[in-house]
Design a protein around this ligand. Structure first.
Ligand code: NDP
Length: 288
């Protein structure tokens, strides 16, 4: 039976450390690390994500400031808010919840955030810094995956990792972090003809595809460690159910270790957002 990598338990450790460090930060600087969360419109999933982020921030001793804007907000209004948050010394992290309504330009807003406050790690300055090994704020989801992998496997050096998916928010930064940890990294995507065959040679498989239970037993080498980033809502037996990109029932019996969905990568993503806010706050305070 595979080790079930418990994202809830690991994220609780990360959040405990953040709370301890946030209290020290407040003692030292006389203010709490501040996270501004911007939500435009009323997308139900985004509302849940924002609520969870605010709750975790408050529990961790951060000052969370929520900005809710109507769905018809203009690019100029959003830019103006981002500019105010960039200039506000009590705000150390800025998160604009994605996706934005269609009429807004996401790439432009991401670039408008001060890279030093870009706790999502999506600004091109942070993306570039990650790739050349310089100090950056790293995207939360792959950061959470790395913490779980290193806790489970120890040193990752020399391991062969296959990342399924090449998005800017998960697949590409995940591959960069695995490479930095001296893994041999292969990225497969929708145009890879033999993706399952390549994945089945790997010691580590990270699935970030967005296709329910696509990764079956034929994608996984016996004894491999499997990280399932996918979050998909499906209907089964008339019930709505949350499943990952990995067919857990098929893969679990042959894996060494595997993350469940829910309760795997999801909680780690939020915990790493809090970690990034603290990191940003420390850097900004020591630079001021
Ligand atoms: P994207 O849709 O941006 O990217 C999906 C990637 O999967 C693409 O690179 C695509 O390839 C690739 N892909 C699609 N079909 C196949 C296939 N048949 N074989 C191999 N590769 C394929 O998704 P994201 O990276 O944003 O998210 C992936 C999943 O992770 C989603 O379920 C999302 O909800 C979840 N997620 C979970 C988070 C968490 O906190 N747990 C955070 C972020 C995302 P191509 O580029 O060629 O189109």
């Amino acid at each position: 039976m595979a080790i079930r990598i418990d994202g809830k338990a690991v994220s609780a450790q990360v959040l405990d450390n953040v709370a301890t460090d946030a209290a020290l930060f407040e003692q030292q600087f006389g203010l709490k690390p501040g996270l501004a969360v911007v939500l435009v419109g009323s997308d139900p999933a985004s509302q849940v994500y924002v609520r969870n982020k605010i709750a975790r921030a408050t529990e961790s001793g951060l000052n969370s400031i929520e900005h809710r804007l109507p769905a018809d907000t203009t690019q100029d209004t959003l830019n103006q808010l981002v500019a105010e948050l960039n200039a506000d010394p009590s705000v150390h992290g800025i998160l604009v919840q994605l996706p934005l309504p269609e009429h807004l330009d996401e790439d432009q807003i991401i670039r408008a955030i001060d890279p030093a406050k870009d706790v999502d790690g999506f600004h091109p300055v942070n993306v570039g810094a990650l790739h050349i090994g310089e100090e950056s704020l790293e995207p939360c989801t792959p950061q959470g995956c790395m913490i779980m992998l290193e806790q489970t496997l120890g040193n990752l050096s020399g391991k062969h990792a296959v990342v399924v998916g090449r998005s800017n928010i998960v697949g590409k930064p995940m591959a960069a972090m695995l490479l930095r940890a001296s893994c041999t990294v292969t990225i497969v995507h929708s145009r890879t003809p033999n993706a399952a065959e390549l994945a089945s040679q790997a010691d580590i498989v990270v699935a970030a595809v967005g296709r329910p239970e696509m990764i079956g037993a034929d994608w996984v080498k016996p004894g491999a460690t499997v990280i399932d980033v996918g979050i998909n809502v499906i209907e089964r037996n008339g019930q709505r159910k949350l499943v990952g990109d990995v067919d857990y029932a098929a893969v679990e019996p042959l894996a060494y270790a595997i993350t469940p969905v829910p309760g795997g990568v999801g909680p780690m993503t939020i915990a790493c957002l809090m970690k990034n806010t603290l990191t940003a706050a420390r850097r900004l305070q020591s630079a001021s």
